[in-house]
Design a protein around this ligand. Structure first.
Ligand SMILES: [Zn+2]
Length: 390
């Protein structure tokens, strides 16, 4: 196995409590794993040495919430919303119709394109939900195609009820034949607990059915209203309560006292011109916060984790360090993964190099393409060796 030393790192933000931030750092990669991290001056010998020209290095971003299996485009709906039309759940049926009509090849090509965008934005692990099929065949195709790209696949049959079935008929299907078809391709089960989608009892029934099949739970909770989703997520031991835009004090206390991560999705608030969640209250209370893209064709059609970080700092009052932690180690916790999200010996060699002297530039220079290199499982996937030798 070839060992590779990434040297001449100006600033390394490890996200590891013991290692902290290291100036003038180096990282030794052995195959897909990190085997050593420390000061460049004490770096061990390696077969290959790449200089990073004083760039900043972070763990690869972990996007723990994305809806990437769909067809069609809702740009006109976005433009209308920006003219003043309210964001409503109805637009999803446009995507459902296009997704049902699309071939596997079309869905795969769209996901491949978005996965490429995520990688170039520094995302080395992403979660991917179904939820635009809302029938057994299309939900199954959705999770099966997602599984070709990521192990973090989520069955979201309980996104909204489709128009052709009654609520009771659809809920029975989601917990029965649809779950049977999707569970073999899924790691997680998710439900949209919201007025206009599913209520507390319906959400619990769907998640319980998934948990009984060995899936982990995650919940779309408290996005549009102060509903029961967060409390339900905590009670069920869900890995993550996602959105958390409208929280009571009791919701914040419940999250802080639990292992359920509060996953914040500021690109959704940005793209629907809605109030942002109060990250400060969550962090100050002791809750673990993750940042994710929520990339989807309706309410947040962006794969830019750097923009999510910039919004978290500017509009959610997170410090740059907190935002980067939430986009890396926080995302890993939201996926219950201990092999990613941190740069330390024994972790997977998933890394991002920024063409900047500090990770603060992710928020300080919003919209600027600062990602100069991405390594996934020890292989450089973005950037060139040439660019490492500046
Ligand atoms: Zn979502």
């Amino acid at each position: 196995m070839t060992s590779t030393l990434l040297a001449d790192i100006g600033l390394l933000a490890t996200q590891d409590a013991e290692l902290g931030e290291i100036r003038d750092a180096a990282i030794l990669l052995d195959g897909a794993m990190i085997s050593w991290v420390g000061k460049a001056s004490s770096a061990p010998a390696a077969d290959v040495r790449y200089g990073l020209g004083g760039r900043t290095v972070l763990p690869g971003f972990v996007d723990s919430h994305a809806h990437l299996v769909f067809a069609g485009d809702r740009a006109e709906e976005f433009a209308a919303r920006m003219r003043g039309m309210p964001y409503a759940a109805g637009g999803i049926h446009v995507t459902v119709a296009a997704t049902r009509a699309a071939s596997d090849a079309v869905l795969r090509r769209n996901l491949e394109r978005l996965a490429g965008e995520l990688l170039r934005a520094g995302v080395t692990t992403f979660e991917c939900k179904s939820g635009y099929g809302l029938d057994v065949a299309t939900e199954q195709r959705s999770v099966a195609i997602a599984r070709e790209f990521t192990p973090e696949t989520t069955f979201l049959g309980a996104h909204v009820p489709p128009p052709e079935l009654s609520r009771d008929e659809y809920l029975a299907l989601v917990q029965g034949a649809m779950l049977d078809a999707c569970a073999p391709h899924s790691r997680w089960v998710d439900a949209f607990c919201e007025r206009g989608a599913f209520d507390e009892d319906e959400t619990r029934a769907v998640l319980d059915a998934g948990i009984a099949r060995g899936l982990g739970a995650r919940v779309h909770a408290n996005q549009l209203t102060e509903g029961p989703g967060v409390q339900l997520a905590v009670r069920l031991g869900a890995a993550s309560a996602d959105h958390c835009t409208h929280l009571s004090s009791a919701d914040i206390d419940a999250l802080a006292a639990s292992s359920t991560v509060a996953t914040l999705l500021p690109l959704a608030e940005f793209s629907t011109r809605s109030p942002y969640p109060n990250a400060r209250r969550l962090i100050d209370a002791g809750a673990t916060v993750a940042l994710a893209t929520d990339c989807n064709p309706g309410s947040a059609y962006s794969t830019s984790m750097p923009l999510a970080i910039a919004l978290a700092v500017r509009d959610m009052h997170m410090t740059p360090a907190e935002a980067v932690y939430a986009a890396t180690a926080g995302g890993a916790k939201a996926l219950r993964r201990d092999d990613i999200g941190v740069v330390a010996p024994g972790r997977r060699a998933d890394l991002v190099a920024l063409d900047a002297p500090s990770y603060i530039h992710l928020a300080y220079r919003p919209g600027v393409p600062l990602i100069a290199g991405v390594w996934r499982s020890g292989q450089q996937a973005v950037g060139s060796r040439q660019s490492n030798r500046r």
